[in-house]
Design a protein around this ligand. Structure first.
Ligand SMILES: Nc1ncnc2c1ncn2[C@@H]1O[C@H](COP(=O)(O)OP(=O)(O)O)[C@@H](O)[C@H]1O
Ligand SMILES: [Mg+2]
Length: 297
């Protein structure tokens, strides 16, 4: 494989550059090590920390054929492996021609990368199929053949921490087949750069917008009333909304920021069960706090 001839740090720099990834040097380093060692990678982290972005970059960088599936309870094993086309079977029977290969089968046969976004949302039966694919490098297709994985077949998967609603605990056996890369929130300065890039901001005023948007998003983390705070995705949304609002009179600053913060954050934060105060009030308080000592106040 191409990556084997290159220095790991060089590859990391190239991925950051080519896919406009800000920071994440250590995590990318770990991921590249894993792929070079032919290990499957599981990227874990809260919503919005950049799992999909970074996994996709790695997978695309590898330059192998690349198959993406998004985990949900509907991702049954036949979708992963493939299925016989019913009219085809009636006409021709159970033959190669009538089998529609799924992303797992194709990535195994072609020695490509299977990217499974939100792995812990897939049903247990699909997890079991993956297990045999990982373990023995084979998947059985009844009435057709045994699919054997090429050596270069690898999986990059992402998942939210297991405490989240709507996810199943990943089976121990399957988890055991991955190496783990953890993504935490990035430092404020990096989050600002992400917001500037993703909300397409430029100039001094817009950089200040990014700065404040990040302060607001970060203000939701470690807040006593909030169980799950907002990610950089919220900061991107806040900044984009403020940007589309255009220039603001100083006396309107507070109300605009509150308005957009409520729009951006209400869907993204989760309050503690014990909280009686309203979501809006909590967001308003965070915005007021963040606005203090900024050029906008
Ligand atoms: N390090 C980074 N560099 C550039 N953009 C990033 C970075 N981390 C996150 N983003 C951006 O932040 C948003 C959330 O990232 P995403 O990968 O969708 O998170 P997750 O999959 O963990 O929920 C996306 O718009 C993504 O492009
Ligand atoms: Mg994602």
């Amino acid at each position: 494989m191409y990556v084997n001839t290159q220095n790991v740090d060089q590859i990391v720099t190239e991925i950051q550059h080519r896919f406009k990834i800000i920071g994440r040097t250590k995590e990318l380093h770990q991921m590249v090590l894993a792929v070079k060692a032919r290990k499957h990678v599981l990227i874990e982290g809260e919503v919005g920390v950049g799992k999909t972005r970074i996994a996709k970059a790695l997978a695309e960088y590898m330059g192998t054929t690349f198959f993406r599936v998004d985990g949900s309870e509907d991702l049954l094993s036949y979708i992963l492996v493939g299925y016989f086309d019913p009219p085809g079977v009636i006409a021709k029977g159970y033959i190669e021609d009538t089998f529609i290969y799924g992303p797992l089968a194709r990535s195994m046969l072609e020695g490509g990368c299977l990217f499974i976004n939100e792995l812990n949302r897939i049903p247990e039966s699909s997890q079991n199929i993956l297990l045999t694919a990982f373990d023995e490098g084979i998947v059985e297709v009844a009435k057709l053949k045994t699919i054997k994985a090429k050596d270069s077949f690898f999986v990059v998967a992402t998942q939210n921490p297991e405490a989240h609603v709507g996810v199943t605990a990943l089976g121990e056996a399957l988890k055991d087949r991955f190496v783990w890369v953890h993504l935490d929130y990035q430092p404020a300065e990096e989050e600002e750069l992400i917001v500037i890039q993703e909300a397409d901001l430029s100039g001094k005023r817009q950089r200040e917008i990014a700065h404040l948007a990040v302060r607001i998003a970060r203000g939701t983390r470690n807040h006593q009333d909030i169980r799950r705070g907002a990610s950089v995705r919220a900061a991107i949304d806040i900044a984009a909304l403020v940007k589309s609002n255009g220039p603001v009179q100083p006396e309107d600053t507070e109300s605009i920021w509150m308005e957009v913060a409520i729009m951006a954050l209400s869907t993204k934060i989760e309050l503690m069960d014990s909280v009686t105060d309203s979501r809006e009030n909590i967001i308003k308080e965070i915005v007021l706090n963040a606005l203090q000592n900024t050029p906008f106040a």
